[in-house]
Design a protein around this ligand. Structure first.
Ligand code: G4P
Length: 552
């Protein structure tokens, strides 16, 4: 057992324990879930500004712009001007180390976002006050719900005309079945937005329409301050107070245990662009958010303060730098202390691996990292040995629950018109599947050897084709299958045998040889369920561990 010795180098036993407890205590990580355009880039930028991670507003965008111009990484990103991959941003704020797990901007890549959410301890649900809940946010919310992580809601763009605040809360409660607790309450909206009332301090934080993008000074006044009357129209203040009374009487009560169980969402009203309400949001978030907590594994929950290192891979990214043809595995540290050059066990294969040159990623920038603690994300060079969901550990064996495959909505045959390129075609398809760039399904008829690409968005398929051509030198053809809905069958092939022939449905198998039913539409699926009410179908594939997937 080299583990404990290696981990504790530079530390006495006691110092190590206390350094670990301290590091776990001051770490918080979160991902932002939102629909495109709700203001995620803007909010991220403002949060980083408070953490001193970037010097000027606009830097996140500027970084993006710069990348589009100068980097040759992922041509398609450049051509389309979209952000496809997720990155990680770490910053310090009032003695806390905060990891923001950034997610792709384009909704066709929500699978990547789903996986990133598997590594997040908290989620920030960002809504546009005028639009309320939007489709992408709803989908991502479902993933958070599966893991019961705390969700903090930031209702953005209050400086613009929006929906009634009570209606926005009601929408979250009724449609997501998630109780809400407003941390602050808006006074007016749009042109008449005057600020918010902080519910616990009973102070008014006044909104000043500063210069765009500039950090506005926060002015706090007590609700009893006589000056308030000259600054806020009495009818706007009265209406806000009436609504607050209503919330006090009929709304949920603040309950930290419910927040941390993902049953109650604290709601903040603000405006990221004008930097209004962002700092109070960050302060409250840090008080209420869940720190790195025990994670389920094959041996029961593993505490982050377990002295031996463990973590899991939640995302793979190839060719971030095509000059080096590199592949990066993103690992979330779950317990103990990660140290550069440490030797760990790879749970799936049982091999020992030395982790040299681990990297900390900040957007597209990378630096070599010497150590990392639970809640942190590191990038590992991955010459093909890691797959999504893999556990790495030191000491006694742990294996974390894998990451489920989410329901694809687009299905295409992937044809290789050039048989002499089959070797590369196979290599590319297998590697892209391993990386999770796309799900691969297979026809049950073994004579039909072409794989089926199953994706959440069309662009995901285009990226696969593009990468097959650029990275593996094979030009492929996509042939749409016209199906839109996929379901996994509880009880597997036996359950299917029991019900006999199914109409209006194609049965295929996934990479673990499990049956997957494809339907042209929801109606066909409902019809099957009506005819066979005992059939249990799932939209998310159960996790498989300990079995190697089928390769092409
Ligand atoms: P996203 O990453 O979620 O896609 O959204 P992003 O931050 O890019 O914001 C989308 C648009 O909404 C941007 O405007 C941004 O300036 C604007 N926005 C964000 N927060 C607020 C807010 O609090 N109030 C108002 N009024 N607007 C906000 P754009 O015109 O698309 O881009 P830009 O020219 O402003 O950069």
């Amino acid at each position: 057992m080299t583990s404990t010795k290696t981990i504790k180098r530079n530390f006495s036993e006691e110092d190590f324990e206390s350094a670990l407890v301290k590091a776990v205590g001051n770490r918080k990580n979160f991902a932002i879930i939102s629909h495109p355009d709700a203001g995620k880039t803007t909010l991220t930028e403002k949060l980083l500004l408070y953490g001193g991670a970037i010097q000027q507003a606009g830097a996140v965008k500027a970084r993006g712009e710069q990348r589009k111009v100068t980097s040759d990484w992922m041509d398609l990103e450049k051509q389309r001007g979209i952000s496809i991959t997720s990155t990680v941003l770490q910053f310090d704020y009032s003695d806390n180390k905060i990891n923001l797990l950034d997610t792709p901007g384009h909704q066709d890549f929500s699978e990547d976002t789903y996986r990133t959410l598997a590594a997040a301890d908290n989620a920030v649900m960002l809504e546009d006050a005028a639009k309320g809940l939007e489709p992408q946010t709803r989908k991502l919310f479902e993933v958070c719900r599966m893991r019961n992580i705390p969700i903090f809601t930031f209702i953005n763009k209050m400086d613009r005309p929006g929906q009634e605040p009570l209606r926005l809360l009601d929408e979250i409660e009724s449609e997501l079945n998630l109780a809400t607790w407003a941390v602050n309450w808006p006074i007016g909206s749009g042109e008449l937005f005057r600020g918010v009332i902080d519910r616990s301090s009973k102070e008014v934080i006044l909104f000043t329409r500063g210069e765009r993008g500039k950090q506005s000074e926060e002015c706090h006044l007590s609700l009893n301050d006589p000056e308030l009357k000259s600054l806020v129209e009495s009818e706007l203040l009265d209406q806000a107070l009436e609504e607050l009374d209503l919330l006090e009487m009929a709304g949920s009560v603040m309950d930290l245990s419910k927040i941390q169980a993902g049953e109650l969402t604290p709601v903040f009203f603000g405006s990221a662009m004008t930097n209004f309400g962002v700092r109070p949001f960050l302060d409250t978030f840090l008080k209420m958010a869940q720190g790195p907590s025990a994670r389920p594994s094959s041996n029961g929950p593993v505490s982050p303060t377990r002295s031996e290192f463990s973590g899991f891979v939640f995302k793979l990214q190839a060719n971030m730098d095509p000059k080096h043809r590199d592949r990066i595995a993103f690992l979330r540290v779950c317990s103990g202390r990660f140290e550069k050059d440490m030797t760990v066990q790879h749970a799936r294969t049982g091999k020992a691996i030395k982790l040299s040159r681990p990297q900390k990623l900040f957007g597209q920038d990378r630096e070599v990292v010497d150590d990392a603690y639970p809640g942190d994300i590191i990038g590992l060079n991955n010459p093909g040995m890691f797959a999504i969901g893999d556990t790495l550990y030191q000491g006694s064996k742990v294996e974390y629950e894998g990451i489920p495959c989410f329901s694809p909505e687009i299905f295409s045959w992937l044809r290789n018109p050039n048989p002499s390129a089959f070797k590369n075609f196979r290599k590319g398809v297998n590697q892209l599947r391993e990386e999770g760039a796309v799900q691969i399904l297979y026809d049950v008829d073994e004579s039909k050897r072409d794989p089926i690409l199953a994706a959440v968005g069309q662009l995901q398929l285009e990226v696969v084709q593009h990468r097959l051509e650029n990275e593996y030198g094979v030009a492929t053809r996509l042939e749409s299958m016209g199906y839109q809905v996929a379901r996994w069958v509880d009880g597997g092939w036996n359950a299917l045998d029991d019900i006999g022939r199914i109409f209006n449905c194609k049965v295929v198998k996934d990479a673990w040889a499990r049956p997957v039913l494809l339907f042209k539409n929801q109606w066909n699926l409902n019809q099957l369920l009506e005819e066979h009410p005992d059939l249990e179908l799932r939209s998310v594939a159960p996790v498989v561990s300990g079995v190697e997937p089928i390769s092409l």
